[in-house]
Design a protein around this ligand. Structure first.
Ligand code: BGP
Length: 476
């Protein structure tokens, strides 16, 4: 009973939110670099406001982030001390191909990740690598219009050819696109899409999504060709939709809303466009241009496992009077009156994790991997940088209990669990440092002040114990 013996406990980060070193080692500029903190951020990440370069009025937190580019050895040692079995990180595309369309990769970038993966293995940690976590080289955005252009498939394929070969034997778990459904909610941050005046936004998003889906299938094919040991997963920003009431219209709306997100995973896992999606595209006049080989590529190269992020469930209603909204992971949702919320308004629903796991497992019948979950909170460190973060421990313990129920009582096959932001890092949604998720505190504030020193929070030792007991001991 309990979690599998080889359960992959660990934590997750993304290159742009922790590395910094944005112009070092030959790295090129990417969309994720030019999204500032502040009130313009939302318009920029959704592709409504153009920001293709740095300007003097804004602060860009990803430039330096938490400087993991220079400090990864120290950080990985701390992950090792907690007993991590896996560490989820992403490759910055523009470190390997600074502009994105070169034929030869940048050796310095390749070497950086090779050293980092070796460092992980030194501590008995299996890397879990996201090939793209929101990043797209700026040159591909300016010259090609990012993922709206089919040429991106070829550039992504080059990236995959290079990294699968170079890291053979060092990496075996891969995710093709982080939160692939984010293209609908944050198209500039998620896929480099900026919309020109008068452009059919839905048409562009779904065409770009098709390109990503084909690219994901090609990546899966190459990964399996290069090393049959490779395991490739898709990655969904998950969170089951609840109907606000049992009114049939609400229930139907909840099902429709889930499908907006499942669409991507249906293609990546089942290998074809689902009937409901084809009907929707037809109804809305969205015409996706495909090449002859696309459907076969999708069919023949489905993913090995389903990974997802989970922070909260979501709620929909058809009643205009039920309109109190809540924030959460860039998805609009009606406020759930039964749930508490984090300081950022994200509602807390551990049982929703079990519901979400069951929905995904019922639908795909493939192993699941929870690759993001956690509580973004304000931490107040003492003079030694120690934080008594009982609120975070409580959040994680409740979610681990729920996932254990899904495994033990419902029979869901779960490969692992990596908490989001295992070390404090820059928030994707807001650009803040103040919104912290880590077991490790990083001395840096929203304005970029601080020594960048690392210190352990109370949750550090707690998680260490959780891992050592394979999820049996959640006490604190
Ligand atoms: C997910 C992203 C992560 C991460 C997380 C938390 O959508 O994959 O990159 O940041 O959400 O969100 P935030 O940073 O906005 O709190």
């Amino acid at each position: 009973m309990g979690f599998r013996k080889d359960f992959l406990w660990g934590g997750a980060t993304a290159a742009n939110q922790c590395e910094g070193g944005y112009n070092e080692g030959g790295r090129g500029l990417a969309n994720v670099d030019v999204v500032p903190i502040g009130e313009d951020r939302r318009a920029i990440i959704t592709g409504k406001k153009k920001m293709f370069e740095f300007d003097d009025e804004h602060f860009y937190p990803a430039k330096e982030a938490i400087d993991m580019y220079h400090r990864y050895k120290e950080d990985i040692a701390l992950f090792g001390e907690m007993g991590f079995k896996t560490y989820r990180l992403s490759i910055a595309w523009s470190r390997i191909f600074p502009k994105g369309d070169e034929t030869e990769p940048n050796e310095e970038g390749l070497k950086f990740y090779e050293d980092l993966f070796k460092e992980c293995h030194k501590h008995g940690i299996e890397p879990l690598v996201t090939i793209t976590h929101f990043d797209c080289p700026m040159h591909l955005i300016k010259e090609y219009g990012a993922w709206r252009n089919r040429a991106l498939i070829g550039f992504y394929e080059n990236l995959c050819q290079v990294i699968f070969r170079r890291y053979k034997g060092l990496v075996k778990y891969w995710l093709t696109f982080n939160e692939i459904n984010m293209i609908l909610h944050a198209p500039f941050m998620g896929a480099g899409l900026y919309f020109e005046e008068g452009e059919n936004v839905e048409q562009v998003k779904y065409q770009a999504a098709h390109h990503e889906l084909v690219a994901s299938a090609i990546a899966t094919r190459i990964a399996h060709e290069v090393d049959p040991e490779n395991k490739v997963g898709c990655m969904l920003a998950a969170g089951h939709y609840y109907p606000y009431s049992c009114k049939p219209e609400d229930v139907f709306k909840a099902q429709q809303s889930d499908r907006e997100n499942y669409f991507f995973i249906d293609v990546q896992s089942r290998g074809e466009y689902p009937a409901y999606a084809l009907k929707k595209l037809e109804r809305e006049g969205i015409d996706i241009k495909m090449e002859a080989e696309d459907l076969q590529l999708l069919k023949e190269n489905t993913v090995d496992f389903i990974s997802f992020s989970y922070y909260s469930s979501r709620v929909v209603s058809t009643d205009p009077k039920v309109n109190e909204k809540t924030s959460g992971n860039l998805f609009a949702s009606v406020k759930n009156p039964y749930l508490e919320a984090s300081e950022w308004g994200w509602q807390i629903d551990p049982l929703g994790l079990r519901v979400t796991m069951n929905s995904l497992y019922d639908r795909y019948q493939k192993p699941l991997f929870i690759v993001e979950n956690g509580l973004g909170a304000v931490d107040v460190p003492d003079e030694n940088g120690y934080v008594e973060d009982d609120y975070r421990i409580e959040y994680l313990a409740e979610h681990i209990k729920a996932m254990k129920d899904a495994v033990e009582l419902d029979g869901v096959d779960l490969l692992g669990y990596t908490t989001w932001g295992c070390i404090d890092l820059v928030s994707a949604g807001t650009g803040e440092m103040k919104k912290r998720y880590g077991f490790i505190y990083v001395d840096r504030d929203n304005e970029g002040n601080g020594t960048l020193a690392r210190s352990k929070k109370k949750s550090f030792d707690w998680y260490k114990k959780v891992i050592a007991s394979n999820g049996e001991d959640l006490s604190f």
